[in-house]
Design a protein around this ligand. Structure first.
Ligand SMILES: Cc1cc2nc3c(=O)[nH]c(=O)nc-3n(C[C@H](O)[C@H](O)[C@H](O)COP(=O)(O)O)c2cc1C
Length: 120
């Protein structure tokens, strides 16, 4: 079972936080899921999903941000019994991964930076 504490380095976590789409059917303990949501709600609303993904990775859990509700209007809202004033922004499956984590492939950060002026 996954420990409730993690000592993993935050940069290791960020660099190996790949989208994990293949998950084992074993249930994740509720206590652990609550920990993920607790981490997420410590972030401002917009990055909450990203924090949840990082927290899942820190516990060795696989997760992926998905938006299936956009392809099936009202279906997920109906299944989950969401009231009309609640908006479903994303669905994040979480589970024990089948594959391995990371590394995450991204651009060289220097190619994304403008120092003081655009493209300078
Ligand atoms: C707003 C948003 C919606 C997404 N929806 C889906 C989705 O419905 N299904 C899916 O497989 N991936 C979806 N993704 C992509 C993955 O969550 C992930 O970000 C992407 O595959 C990059 O994976 P990597 O971090 O392993 O490189 C979505 C990403 C974003 C930002």
């Amino acid at each position: 079972m996954t420990e409730l504490k993690t000592t993993a380095d935050v940069f290791d976590i960020m660099h190996t936080c790949r989208a994990m789409r293949r998950l084992r059917p074993d249930p994740v303990p509720e206590e652990l899921l609550v920990k993920l949501v607790d981490a997420a709600i410590h972030a401002p609303a917009y990055p909450a999903a990203q924090i949840l993904l990082l927290a899942a990775r820190a516990f060795g859990l696989g997760a992926v941000l998905t938006t299936p509700q956009l392809f099936h209007p009202a279906r997920y809202e109906e299944l989950l019994g969401l009231p009309s004033d609640v908006t479903l922004t994303c669905v994040i499956p979480v589970g024990y991964p089948v594959g391995k984590f990371g590394p995450v492939t991204r651009h060289d950060p220097r190619s994304m930076i403008s120092w003081d002026r655009w493209r300078a």
